[in-house]
Design a protein around this ligand. Structure first.
Ligand code: T3D
Length: 264
């Protein structure tokens, strides 16, 4: 395991585990943690040994969004340019997560507030501890939900629930988030990491080229017509059909044995 002060990074059996690591601040983002997380996700793009990512937080929280200590107006000076910080820090990371053609599992181990909640929603499969809650904390400090929040909440929940969560900052418990389809499932607190690790390991050992294409197709579906999507499925299936994993999957089925996928 390599350790930076703010994000722990460990690669084992194809799973790159990234652990937000400022527990005394509920893993809120300072610049160093922004850069370390981005570097971790970029590694997942670049390193063929990484076949799935598991994102979680150290301590009792998942992530409390921006470190507000770095935004203290009492320190004086001009108001910060938050558009610039989104463009410089949050948006590149969100884009990297969504464009990564490998599965990203998120294990929400505790409170996820502000951008912390919305980064979780950008991941592909989100598990949360039953004690965790999601808070669109922005309304309490005069901001708008960022890190893709207005997009994912509206798209996943529809306007009535998206607006109520965003305008009230009411905490959404993990089990309700699962009932609403905002996350995959809520599990007992002590089962969270074993279950998330097993899921990430299962995905990493899977036909990751095909899984990556599947992720892309599902993400792109909302902005396409059915005709366009059928064309995209044709093209991706053509690519998948030429993969070593497809040949291995069919062979393994016919030989009645477990498949040994390579991600190629
Ligand atoms: O600025 C830009 O670049 C624009 C982008 C903005 C993105 C955003 O995410 S804006 C939203 C920022 N986040 C928040 O507004 C959430 C603030 N935190 C809270 O509301 C609460 O801490 C929680 C509801 C998340 C958890 O409450 P609780 O009671 O479980 O814990 P706590 O006691 O409030 O927090 C524990 C410690 O973490 C505490 O430190 P202390 O007093 O023990 O030394 C607290 O100050 C610290 N902490 C929690 N969240 C943050 C934080 N410190 C700095 N920034 C935080 N966001």
């Amino acid at each position: 395991m390599t350790a930076s002060p703010t994000v722990l990074s460990a690669l084992a059996d194809g799973v790159l585990t990234l652990t937000l690591n400022r527990p005394e601040k509920l893993n809120s983002f300072n610049e160093e943690m922004h850069l370390a997380l981005r570097e971790g996700i970029q590694r997942a793009h670049d390193d063929p040994a990484v076949r799935a990512v598991l994102l979680t937080g150290a301590g009792r929280g998942f992530c409390a969004g921006q470190d507000l200590g770095d935004r203290d107006p009492r320190k004086g000076g001009p108001a910060p340019d938050l558009g610039h910080t989104l463009e410089t820090f949050y948006n590149p990371t969100l884009r990297l997560i969504r464009s990564l053609e490998k599965p990203v599992v998120c294990a929400v181990n505790g409170v996820a507030a502000g951008a912390g909640a919305n980064i979780a929603f950008a991941c592909d499969i989100v598990l949360a501890a039953k004690s965790a809650k999601f808070i669109q904390a922005f309304a309490k400090i005069g901001l708008i939900p960022d890190a893709g929040g207005t997009w994912s909440l509206a798209r996943i929940l529809g306007e009535p629930r998206a607006k109520a969560l965003a305008l009230t900052a009411e905490p959404l418990p993990a089990e309700k988030a699962a009932d609403w389809g905002l996350i995959w499932k809520a599990v007992e607190d002590d089962a969270l990491m074993p279950e998330a690790q097993a899921l990430a390991a299962q995905l990493a050992a899977g036909p990751t080229l095909g899984l990556g294409l599947t992720k892309r197709l599902i993400q792109d579906a909302a902005t396409r017509t059915l005709d366009q999507q059928l064309d995209a499925e044709r093209d991706c299936q053509q690519q998948a059909g030429r993969s070593a994993d497809y040949a291995e999957g069919v062979t393994a089925f016919l030989e009645k044995r477990p498949a040994r996928f390579s991600g190629k």
